[in-house]
Ligand binder design. Structure first.
Ligand code: GLP
Length: 241
């Protein structure tokens, strides 16, 4: 595990974007595992800017997103499909045929999870997986549990996650209660994992996840065992370590 310290959110975003850009420059047909949430917005902004400057070319890149809300219409502004288009895909030259997300509108969970695992396998696995972290240590939507989940699966979101994500919706009642998420095995099989974390409110979970025991009760803690895991965090997020 390597920790890269950034002064603030802006510097964290630039450093993370630089790592992703380096991946795309060195392997133009790479597979990027992408993430949503508030944290990656600045990272995507930098990538769009560098694409506009002609420094990064996404034409051969394949993307596989971590997760998607179940039952939220794809066109809803808070679906992860909409988020990714609004923040990145609509502004760079990625081939729409190479964009992959779980289909939250396929209500047959077993079929959808199997389909998504097959997609990830067919593209040869993930070269670089970008992650944020939830306050309870979740990655993607792998919530605290008694065992690490392996492949893509359907999860019931915890009360804490529903509470954290309600800021994106008109009311708490509108937050979907379930999601499809890549499993821990898929994340651990990514050849490189890049986590970005910002803010004092994440300091406690950073300490617990990366300086505490490895346990499925803190899903991100498994990353301590990944052979190429980079944590880019700002001073606030690192303030307790
Ligand atoms: C969501 C996403 C995660 C993300 C987490 C933290 O639940 N499924 O992928 O890492 O929230 O989000 P934020 O960056 O907004 O704190």
């Amino acid at each position: 595990m390597r920790i890269i310290r950034a002064k603030n959110y802006e510097e964290m975003s630039r450093k993370a974007a630089a790592i992703i850009a380096a991946q795309v420059v060195s392997k133009p047909d790479c597979v990027l595992g992408l993430a949503t949430g508030g944290t990656p917005v600045g990272t995507y902004k930098n990538l769009v800017e560098w694409y506009n400057n002609g420094d990064v070319d996404f034409s051969a890149v394949t993307s596989v997103n971590l997760d998607e809300y179940r039952s939220l219409p794809r066109e809803h502004p808070e679906s992860y499909w909409s988020f990714m288009h609004r923040n990145l895909f609509d502004h760079v030259n990625i081939d729409p045929a190479r964009i992959n997300l779980p289909d939250g509108n396929n209500m047959d969970a077993a079929a959808e999870c199997a389909r998504y695992d097959a997609v990830i396998e067919a593209v040869g696995g993930v070269d670089l997986q970008l992650l944020g972290i939830g306050h309870d240590g979740h990655i993607g939507f792998n919530e605290p549990s008694d065992a690490f989940d392996l492949g893509t699966h359907c999860v019931d979101l915890t009360e804490e996650t529903i509470e954290a994500n309600k800021r994106f919706f008109a009311s708490r009642d509108e937050v979907p209660r379930q999601a499809y998420t890549m499993g821990t095995r898929t994340i651990m099989h990514a050849r490189k994992v890049l986590m970005i974390v910002s803010g004092k409110d994440k300091a406690e979970i950073v300490k617990k996840a990366f300086f505490g025991p490895v346990t499925p009760q803190v899903p991100a803690s498994i990353l301590q065992m990944h052979k190429d895991f980079v944590l880019v965090a700002d001073e606030d997020a690192l303030s307790l370590i």
